[in-house]
Design a protein around this ligand. Structure first.
Ligand code: NAD
Length: 360
């Protein structure tokens, strides 16, 4: 099959890490008989320098017309780069908001995948970590309290602030479907996280998720209160496969989940919408402090490309092959500087990409 991928290198280490992810995709193409065709798209500071804005309409149209989008990172050194003298809506990060909105992305996937080879970076105890853990947080991205009506008033001389947390059943159903689809490609278990003992939105959430589960009889669904979920992630992260939750709970739990894996250079992410098109990017930023020095860890971007294979292109075997190649390179003792430990072999961005590509 042929796939058109819009590639957004962005700023800082973005071009270096995206280059290595494309190298690995090309190795997948050669091994499994696929063609990945890349169209470069400007965004962030690179786009400001070339066009005056962080994302042009043409760039967004190119991304929309592609089968999927692979992004490095955008942004420069705040306080040093002239990009930050511009008004907020013209700064590099405004490109991110525009592309997420323009592509209609309402579902965020953040895997918490701990390779056992890196368990000394994990803050949890050995007996909790075991052979590592692998779960994914599916977070609703465009509804709930972050988007509900809000106001601050003064009543009788007392300041009062009100935020509202609306969800309708269609918003819940479409994110629940993504969680079940993701589970079908993984361990077929969904834990839906809410606060149904207190919130009406959570009670509706629970009902609609249970109704949606009927469409996926192979997937085991259970519910968990958010306070308990926050504890369980540090008490026994191995119990989870897919964690489904609303916007604010997901904001908090996905950060907690990424912290327990320890290393920022290893964390992938994806944002998805109604169709198959997704935006795949590492969770970290553009790391201007190490840009252009062949020091950045490209694995988060390579694992993001693996998610693209799995979720946008349904190439499950190929995605497994990328993750296995990463694991083999770690087994062989190769490390970039951010994950370096005693007795391992220090390599740069390019060599890490090459080592992974040749094991596909
Ligand atoms: P950052 O994630 O870029 O860097 C934090 C620290 O982690 C730095 O020391 C950096 O060297 C290190 N690091 C990050 N990724 C690494 C990798 N792959 N390999 C090795 N080390 C890595 O966060 P920051 O310094 O707060 O932000 C830098 C810029 O990135 C800012 O302009 C910020 O706005 C932007 N940013 C962009 C995104 C995005 O594009 N999605 C996300 C977060 C931050």
């Amino acid at each position: 099959m042929d796939y058109n991928v819009a590639v957004i290198p962005g700023d800082g280490i973005g071009p270096e890490i995206v280059r290595e992810a494309c190298r690995v995709l090309d190795a997948v193409g050669t091994k499994y008989g696929h063609g990945f065709h890349y169209t470069q798209v400007l965004m962030g500071g690179a786009s400001i320098d070339a066009t005056g804005v962080p994302l042009t309409d043409e760039a967004l149209a190119t991304a929309k017309a592609s089968d999927s989008v692979l992004l490095g990172a955008v942004g420069g050194k705040v306080g040093e780069s002239s990009w930050y003298e511009l008004p907020p809506n013209l700064r590099p990060e405004a490109g991110l908001l525009s592309i997420r909105k323009g592509l209609g992305l309402f579902c965020n996937l953040r895997p918490a995948l701990l390779f056992p080879q890196l368990k000394n970076a994990c803050p949890l105890k050995d007996e909790i970590i075991g052979e590592g853990f692998d779960f994914v947080v599916v977070r609703e991205l465009t509804g709930g309290v972050y988007f509900g009506e809000r106001k601050t008033v003064t009543e009788g001389g007392v300041r009062r602030a009100i935020d509202t947390m609306p969800y309708d059943e269609n918003e819940i159903r479409r994110i629940a479907r993504w969680a079940f689809e993701v589970a079908m490609k993984r361990g077929k278990r969904v834990v839906s996280v809410d606060k149904a003992n207190v919130l009406d939105t959570s009670r509706l959430w629970r009902q609609v998720v249970a109704e949606t589960a009927m469409e996926y009889p192979e997937v085991a669904l259970s519910d968990m209160l958010v306070d308990n979920a926050a504890m369980q992630i540090v008490r026994d992260p191995k119990q989870f496969d897919v964690v489904l939750t609303e916007n604010m709970f997901g904001d908090i739990l996905s950060d907690e989940a990424s912290m327990v894996t320890g290393s920022i250079g290893m964390l992938a992410s994806a944002s998805l919408g109604a169709g198959k098109l997704g935006l795949y990017e590492p969770s970290h930023g553009s790391a201007p402090d190490i840009a252009g020095q062949d020091k950045a860890n490209p694995i988060a971007t390579i694992l993001s490309a693996a998610m693209m294979l799995r979720y946008s292109f349904d190439l499950v075997q190929e995605a497994d092959a990328v993750e296995a190649a990463v694991s083999q390179v770690l087994d062989a003792g190769y490390r970039t500087v951010d994950i370096m430990s005693e007795g391992c072999k220090l390599i740069g961005t390019k060599e890490m990409g090459e080592q992974i590509a040749k094991r596909i």
